[in-house]
Design a protein around this ligand. Structure first.
Ligand code: NAD
Length: 352
């Protein structure tokens, strides 16, 4: 169902009727539960499969509103799922929905979307919303922007804003096995947990708002470095004449073991399911790694921390992104970067 031409008031009216109607109540053993409403903003590589899991797992009578600046993606989602209303304006979501998830690329996208949802206020006195409005931002953005959006939400009494960035990539989003790192006050943990658990297998509450992002950025800073270190170590070993698989097997039972060595090994053929064995296609793009690394370094700098290794790592990832042949591939392609730009090692990037 497309609601682009339906005025928000009509949406409210139809939802009011739906919420008030006898069919909107489901009776449980101990209590009746009102129909719940969800909004999903940003249906990209992560958001689309997350929204799919959410829509599939919530009761069919619950309502779901979706929005993306790319209308084609919304139409596709609505054609594949029942009980979805497409809106062209995020305000229509904010006016009608209790729980709103955002999965957007960069800080400025999150700021723009929240500016539209909060100014002028969208929490209407006659809205069909039955419990406090909760905004869950799953985007990986900088800590300061997230805190500013939370402050704008809280100071105007328009609901609660928490951060819940995720780890697990597109495969985890599709399989519903993401790990969420949540920054939220204790009283919202159970409510958010119940929703995020529909899209992931682990929800880790790290503390107050922004804590989820701080945890995510610390983790991805470490990942940025362990990936480069693994690429260097594997390149050394292979160049010294060691068998790549034997070397990786040894490292993975020794102290050098890490996610890039064990799961995402950068040498083609060592781990058949790793992007390296598929021409470095899919996986976690260097561009996203670079973005997260910069966000972590920015947050560190704001606390007077100099991220020594990150400075060099940033240059390496930037150089990979500047290389026309390596650009756009999984970040383990750094192995090829260390292999030398003018050698035959660069050939066969497409899985040969
Ligand atoms: P993406 O670029 O594939 O999707 C983002 C979506 O947001 C797009 O469909 C885009 O059209 C939409 N969008 C942009 N501006 C919008 C606006 N103003 N209103 C509504 N929709 C808008 O990005 P992604 O890979 O899905 O990543 C989303 C977030 O998740 C990012 O912050 C990213 O860092 C994080 N993340 C990504 C991965 C991954 O593997 N892709 C893993 C973990 C976390």
């Amino acid at each position: 169902m497309r609601a682009s031409s339906i005025p928000a008031s009509s949406l409210r009216q139809s939802l009011r009727s739906a919420v008030a109607g006898p069919t909107s109540r489901r009776t449980f053993a101990t209590q009746s539960r009102l129909q719940a409403s969800y909004g999903f903003i940003g249906l990209g590589r992560m958001g689309y499969p997350m929204a799919k899991n959410l829509r599939t797992k919530i009761p069919s009578s619950d309502t779901m509103f979706i929005h993306d600046v790319n209308p084609t993606i919304c139409e596709k989602f609505a054609s594949e799922h029942k009980g979805v209303t497409v809106v062209e304006d995020v305000r229509a979501i904010a006016e009608n929905v209790e729980t709103i998830l955002t999965v957007l690329p960069e800080p400025h996208h999150v700021q723009n979307v929240f500016q539209q949802m909060l100014r002028p206020p969208t929490l209407l006195t006659d809205a069909p919303i039955k419990q406090e409005r909760l905004f869950i931002d799953c985007s990986t953005i900088d800590v300061r922007s997230s805190a500013e959006v939370a402050e704008a939400t809280h100071s105007t009494g328009q609901g609660k804003f928490i951060d819940a960035p995720m780890s697990g990539g597109v495969v985890g989003a599709s399989n519903g096995t993401l790990t969420f790192m949540m920054g939220a006050p204790p009283e919202l943990v159970d409510r958010a947990n119940a929703i995020l658990s529909l899209m992931g297998k682990r929800v880790v509450h790290l503390g107050a708002q922004t804590s989820g992002l701080k945890g995510k950025l610390a983790n991805n800073y470490l990942l940025a470095l362990t990936n480069i270190a693994t690429c260097e170590a594997m390149n050394m070993g292979v160049t010294w004449g060691l068998d790549a698989k034997a070397l990786a097997d040894m490292i993975n039972t020794a102290t050098g073991k890490c996610w890039p060595s064990e799961v995402n090994n950068p040498v083609p053929g060592v781990v058949p399911t790793a992007p390296a064995s598929n021409g470095y296609e899919g996986g976690f793009g260097t561009e996203l790694m670079l973005k997260d690394l910069k966000l972590a370094m920015q947050a560190a700098a704001e606390q007077g921390i100099i991220p020594e290794l990150g400075i060099h790592a940033k240059d390496i990832y930037q150089a990979v992104e500047n290389d026309a042949e390596l650009k756009g591939r999984d970040f383990s392609v750094v192995y090829r970067y260390f292999g030398g730009k003018n050698t035959d090692k660069l050939k066969g990037l497409n899985g040969q």
